[in-house]
Design a protein around this ligand. Structure first.
Ligand SMILES: [Zn+2]
Length: 435
């Protein structure tokens, strides 16, 4: 059922629909897609006679998934679509390259998911990732950089590990003056300070000391109170810490989903991991996982906004499919399946500022959808059973995407992400991103 038209009209008839917001699925409904948008959600009996209909027996239809933390490479596009991911936020890349990819993906629906981007990682005086990042020594410099990024047309601003409080304040103030949302990977500034300075979202739970140790509920709540008071979003990317703690675990090496990863990136993974420190270093992450999950569950329970991202192409994170892994991590932490799925759909859309365009199944929004066999609200693993992905009305099947993407692998990825990772594994730059 591949269909090259953005402007076709058809009805999707799954067994059940989950709209991205409600607490349960609904049956007996069809979704009518017209000109790339959701035209109507109506009883199956209401589908006009003669309209093209795609039956999806045994399937649940959900909003297309979103990955809120990606460093994109052009080789990843088909994998995202195959996993049901229709939108990504790139949180650190070469500025002009990612703006070009955002444009290309807006025009060519088959290139991959829709992209929102932040441009370069805006770092402190020393830059961790030379291709992806840019160094800033003074508050004035980083404020200028924020303004240049906004002028270039980025969607949001991303601050990186070396940004200390005076630079963070200058960057946040400059971004907010231009109406830009600010995301950070914290290290040189604590989460407490960043929240006080007005940060909108922080990644990986980095910089949030209480989340990394055996803290009491009272201690967790002191931090959570601050997040709630300022409506700060967290994007925990638990899969990153999980992988860092288990780099030599064999299951990842036998994961069939690796077929979706470019051979160059597989090679980088292998070399990255062999460089990744002594066992004691890895145990630290394994131990931290318990605390990170505890903090995440408590933060979610108390109403903190939890986005969902992965940090692909970090080792052992298959583009798109690592969203499924992160969903399972959320439920493993004690979050309900429906809330985990909300994070990956309607909540991510709100955090990315696009809830008026996509992220739920509602008339007038983009027809960004995924049909999976089974019911992921009952069994989160069913999210892996992608039958069909719809991006702005155009339908894709994983088997056809798999055929196409192999030809794309004839080209070497040469984006900033690949170059920085290669230099890192070759020992040409020694900075390791903070944990
Ligand atoms: Zn990242």
């Amino acid at each position: 059922m591949n269909d090259n038209r953005r402007n076709g009209t058809y009805a999707l008839v799954p067994d059940r629909i989950w709209d991205g917001v409600a607490g349960e699925t609904r049956s007996g409904l069809a979704v009518v897609v017209m000109d790339g948008l959701i035209d109507a959600v109506l009883p199956v009996s209401g589908v006009p006679a003669g309209m093209e209909t795609a039956a999806l027996p045994g399937c649940t239809l959900l909003p297309g998934l979103m990955d809120a933390h990606v460093h994109y490479s052009s080789a990843m596009g088909p994998a995202f679509l195959a996993a049901g991911v229709t939108t990504i936020r790139d949180v650190g890349n070469d500025l002009s390259w990612i703006l070009g990819e955002r444009e290309r993906h807006a025009k060519d629906l088959s290139a991959g998911p829709a992209i929102l981007c932040c441009g370069h990682l805006l770092d402190g005086p020393r830059v961790y990732w030379p291709q992806l990042g840019r160094a800033h020594g003074t508050p004035g410099e980083i404020a200028d950089s924020v303004r240049r990024h906004a002028e270039a047309g980025v969607d949001q601003i991303k601050l990186y590990a070396g940004v200390e409080p005076p630079l963070m304040k200058a960057a946040i103030d400059a971004a907010h003056a231009l109406g830009k949302f600010v995301v950070a990977h914290l290290q040189a500034t604590t989460a407490e300070d960043a929240v006080r300075l007005g940060l909108d979202e922080f990644e990986h739970l980095a910089g949030c000391g209480v989340a990394w140790r055996a803290a009491s509920e009272v201690e967790d709540d002191l931090m959570i109170d601050q997040l709630l008071e300022r409506d700060v979003v967290i994007d925990p990317t638990l899969v990153v810490w999980d992988r860092l703690g288990r780099v030599l675990d064999r299951p990842f090496h036998h994961d069939a989903r690796r077929a979706w990863v470019h051979p160059r990136h597989l090679d980088i993974w292998q070399r990255y991991l062999s460089r990744f420190g002594p066992a004691e270093h890895r145990w630290r992450y394994q131990g931290a996982m318990v605390h990170l999950k505890r903090f995440l569950r408590r933060a979610h329970e108390r109403g903190v906004t939890v986005a969902l991202g992965t940090d692909t192409p970090f080792p052992h994170l298959v583009p798109g499919m690592s969203v499924h892994d992160e969903l399972a991590m959320y439920t493993d932490a004690g979050i309900s399946t429906v809330d985990a799925l909300r994070s990956a759909t309607s909540i991510n859309a709100r955090v990315l500022g696009i809830e008026g365009r996509t992220g739920s199944i509602k008339a007038g929004l983009r027809a960004d959808l995924v049909a999976v066999r089974g019911n992921p609200l009952e069994r989160i693993e069913d999210i892996e059973n992608v039958q069909c992905t719809v991006r702005e009305g155009r339908r894709f099947e994983p088997s056809a995407l798999m055929r196409d993407h192999r030809t794309a692998f004839d080209r070497e990825p040469d984006g900033a992400v690949t170059r920085d990772l290669l230099d890192y594994v070759d020992g040409k730059h020694v900075n390791r991103p903070a944990s």
